[in-house]
Design a binder for this molecule. Structure first.
Ligand code: DAH
Length: 337
């Protein structure tokens, strides 16, 4: 057995040192020490020799095995080093080749719509502010004259975080924060996410609104009309619009504003429910109760407010019929904007 070991040792030694490449050496390694190697066969034979000889023989085999492993590792290091050196010496970089191009993304259509709206209103003096997404019942409802038993609360499909905190159902609470911490004149817009427990082709549980608020000593409904007419004509081009009487607890009088249907030019189609008109805004003169809740004297100030649904505007502008497309992150959809 000893002679067998010696001849295996000699043979392995020679083939390790003879390996020309690191890949060759990997092969030699598995042939020398792998499962079906002679060396492994020898280990199995240990069981067949007399018991007293086993410890010494076992020790010997292990020593040889360790030696061979050390030799393989050293050889592997040397081979890798020389292979790297020769590849560096022969490789040339052609710096005149064009680089790898990374595709440039585009802004999300919702972001683009918000930027377009804030840009238009910015031109006529509205500062863009940020609100908070978690509100107390007071800011989301109470201060906006939506009292505890008000039926409007049902329409909001509110996500409650606990008994007093909600995910804001609209951007209108930003009006309260702004008036509480500033005095008139105030002229702001507040874009942001809002949350309602509602989901279908035209409703998403998370969507975007832009709130507008103008407060000064004297503000008239004519100014509200002028401002919103300008805004809509900048956004959609010159197109017929109409102010329709409506109701919101935080404005009095209130109005909803429609544009002539962009799909059928007023003839009537599925999109406008055959009315020829599309509702795009809610607005009105700030309710005296709202001024009272922020500590303003309603005899000394006046104002108007409006709220825009961003998804709705984007859907109308681009002829999109399913709101969920905005949130699926499908590049085939997003790349069109
Ligand atoms: N907060 C309303 C909503 O979410 C939208 C709205 C209507 C905002 C009229 C206003 C307004 O500021 O004057 O449905």
């Amino acid at each position: 057995m000893k002679t067998q070991l010696e001849s295996i040792q000699k043979f392995s030694h020679d083939s390790i040192l003879g390996a020309k490449t690191s890949i060759d050496l990997d092969l030699v390694k598995s042939r020398t020490l792998g499962k079906s190697s002679d060396f492994n066969g020898l280990m199995k034979m240990l069981a067949t020799i007399p018991k007293e000889e086993r410890p010494e023989m076992g020790k010997l085999i292990n020593t040889v095995k360790n030696e061979l492993e050390i030799l393989i590792n050293k050889k592997q290091k040397d081979l890798l080093k020389s292979e790297r050196e020769s590849s560096l010496a022969t490789q040339k970089i052609d710096s005149s080749l064009p680089g790898v191009e990374f595709p440039v993304g585009t802004k999300h259509p919702i972001t683009q719509t918000i930027e377009r709206i804030t840009e238009i209103l910015g031109r006529i003096g509205f500062d863009t502010k940020e609100g908070t997404e978690i509100e107390t019942d007071f800011y989301n409802f109470e201060a906006l004259n939506i009292k505890e038993d008000h039926p409007a609360r049902d329409m909001h499909d509110t996500f409650y975080l606990n008994t007093d905190h909600v995910l804001r159902t609209h951007t209108s609470p930003a009006q309260i924060h702004e008036m509480e911490s500033n005095s008139p004149p105030i002229k702001i817009i507040v874009p942001g996410q809002v949350f309602r427990c509602d989901s279908d082709v035209t409703h998403s549980p998370v969507f975007h609104q832009i709130e507008g608020l103008y407060v000064n000593k004297k503000v008239s409904f004519a100014e509200l009309k002028g401002t919103l007419s300008f805004f809509i004509n900048e956004l959609f081009g010159t197109t017929p619009i109409r102010f329709r009487p409506s109701y919101f607890p935080f404005t009095e009088p209130s109005s909803e504003i429609d544009v002539q249907c962009v799909m059928c030019q007023g003839k009537g189609c599925n999109v406008c429910g055959h009315t020829g008109w599309l509702e795009i805004l809610g607005a009105g003169m700030v309710n005296r109760e709202v001024f009272k809740s922020v500590g303003y004297n309603p005899d000394e100030v006046q104002g108007f407010a409006f709220g825009v649904g961003v998804e709705r505007i984007a859907m109308l502008m681009h002829g999109i019929n399913d709101i969920r497309l905005f949130y699926e992150n499908d590049r085939r959809f997003l790349e069109q904007f």
